[in-house]
Design a protein around this ligand. Structure first.
Ligand SMILES: [Zn+2]
Length: 555
């Protein structure tokens, strides 16, 4: 008996991502696998009475997008918050918050996200007084576009018990003003979570950012969280994404996702790491190994640890190799001390785990490479594919170390200042003029032979992979004479498919359209070449298929 053909897509411009057969016209799917790839005539000959046949009308059919770095739970939550990424000026903010507040009369805490550090003026460090002028009478909290800083109005600061400062642990800060009270600015999770605890639903969505587990929960709370994860994943499917590499993680998220898989409601595949807490007690590597053993299906897996080495430039928490231009003698601090980091890397590597570390400044990248090198020396060479997340800056010497240590560069085309609506300042000044040639330099890193996977860090930046690719292709240099860091359209598409699969050890089953591969695909409508034109693009995902199932279909 020939296998039952469930689905055929024909009349497509198939981009297979297979080097010796890069194009085709049609694809047949049996169950959750691709059965055949070929011409319309070849593939249509396989059709059976029960086969669903879809005319792609000349659209581009590609492997489903990998989103190699996102935060699903906060992303799902953000779908119900106020997005202020495009807002500049106090008046515009007041208007937006008033409308949002009126629409959410029951909210314990009004939350906005995506705020630019300079949204109220190039020289204005946002304070609670600024936000009191926006909304004085209800607790309001606004999260920066990079999620490393937040600002609250006075009512919210009082309610959270932060108005007179508080010790919030290492690497976090309640910023204090000259008058001895808090300014309203909160830096990093230790401070930010205390404010977010005011909202209904608490901070369960951000616990994974710190690697913590929630306390006892009611059935209703668990179901609310499942609904939130599902909303986030459906949003991903609408953008053609079929696999998510989550970048924060705890056991709780994996339990919810496994429950969704049992119910058959998962619209995407997802990998969730164990985020090693800063002051981890017990044996964090043993916990990651346990999570890896307990969650290991084709759709829900662990296999990885996540750490942070630094923060971001805009709050002086990025770790640099040189002094900050406005703070002589100060280069930032490593979040994990080098000795501890080397030990954690060595233990994780010995346990067969992949390691992902957030490193934005060139100093952080170097510290992470030192740790990976220590692990490789202790354990011997292995196909480890450890990753560095972001790499906003890198010292040129370290590009070759990335290659030699076979590290994967996980980068976000929507993060360079000047792209995706982000202002240039204060980031580019704090980064230092001398580092601009090595800022987000995808070209130099790829040409050195380092695998690059692309992502958005959603909800920190907009999720749409096509928007991210458009940003990558239309990026403009910050000054004359700087090297062009851009990749080609084909290279960008690879970074979202083939390279994403490689970065997740999935290259034998995902990231290409070929017989035997798992059936994860996206159909795009519109001219792909329009992604390179500066004014905007005309491409969108009209059909997403994950594991042979249609997870999004544009009407
Ligand atoms: Zn992230």
């Amino acid at each position: 008996m020939p296998p039952e053909i469930d689905l055929i897509l024909y009349n497509a411009a198939v981009r297979t991502m297979v080097s010796d057969a890069p194009t085709a016209e049609a694809v047949a799917v049996a169950g959750n696998r691709i059965l055949a790839v070929g011409t319309n005539t070849e593939v249509m000959a396989l059709a059976m009475p029960a086969t669903r046949v879809i005319d792609a009308r000349g659209g581009t059919l590609m492997p489903g997008f990998y989103e190699s770095h996102l935060h699903l739970f906060p992303g799902g939550v953000s779908l119900g918050q106020l997005n202020v990424a495009a807002i500049f000026g106090a008046e515009a903010l007041r208007e937006a918050v008033r409308t949002f507040a009126a629409a959410h009369p029951e909210a314990d805490l009004l939350v906005a996200f995506g705020a630019n550090y300079t949204m109220l003026g190039d020289d204005v460090r946002i304070s609670r007084h600024d936000l009191d002028a926006v909304i004085p009478d209800r607790p309001f909290y606004m999260i920066a576009c990079d999620y490393h800083t937040g600002w609250a109005n006075t009512v919210a600061m009082e309610k959270a018990g932060l108005l007179h400062g508080r010790d919030v642990g290492p690497a976090s800060e309640v910023v204090m003003g000259a008058d001895g009270t808090a300014t309203g600015e909160l830096r990093e999770a230790g401070a930010m979570d205390l404010l977010m605890a005011l909202k209904s639903g608490g901070t369960r969505d951000t616990l994974g950012m710190s690697g913590l587990e929630p306390g006892p929960l009611t059935e209703a709370e668990r179901e609310a969280d499942i609904a939130c994860l599902l909303a986030g994943m459906e949003y991903c499917a609408r953008h053609g994404i079929t696999k998510l590499i989550n970048m924060d993680g705890n056991r709780y998220q994996l339990e919810l996702l496994a429950e969704m898989e049992r119910r058959g409601t998962l619209p995407c595949r997802i990998e969730v790491p164990y985020r090693i807490p800063i002051d981890a007690e017990g044996d964090p590597i043993a916990k990651a190994v346990e999570m890896t053993r307990d969650f290991a299906t084709e759709k829900v897996s662990c296999g990885r640890v996540k750490m942070f080495m630094d923060g971001v430039f805009d709050s002086w928490t990025a770790l640099k190799l040189e002094d900050y231009p406005d703070r002589p003698g100060f280069r930032g601090e490593p979040i994990v001390p080098p000795d501890l980091f080397a030990r954690l890397c060595t233990e994780a590597d010995a346990a067969g785990l992949q390691i992902s570390v957030h490193a934005v400044g060139n100093g952080a990248v170097r510290h992470v490479l030192d740790g990976y090198e220590a692990a490789a020396q202790a354990n011997g060479p292995r196909d480890s594919r450890h990753r560095i997340e972001h790499i906003d800056n890198i010292h040129p010497d370290d590009i070759l170390r990335l290659r030699d240590l076979r590290v994967i560069a996980s980068m976000q085309p929507v993060h360079p200042p000047g792209s995706a609506g982000l202002p240039l300042e204060p980031t580019v000044t704090l980064m230092g003029r001398e580092n601009w040639p090595w800022a987000f330099n995808w070209r130099a890193i790829r040409d050195a032979g380092v695998p690059i996977c692309f992502a958005t860090d959603w909800p920190i930046s907009p999720l749409d992979p096509l928007h991210a690719i458009h940003c990558a292709l239309t990026r403009r240099p910050w000054a004359e004479g700087l090297p062009d860091p851009r990749l080609t359209l084909d290279e960008c598409l690879e970074a979202y498919t083939l390279q994403g699969a490689y970065a997740a050890f999935d290259e034998d089953r995902l990231g290409r359209i070929a017989p035997g591969m798992l059936a994860d695909m996206v159909l795009l409508e519109g001219e792909l070449e329009s992604l390179t034109s500066p004014g905007g693009h005309m491409v969108r995902a009209t059909l997403t298929i994950c594991d042979g199932i249609v997870t999004h279909e544009a009407t």
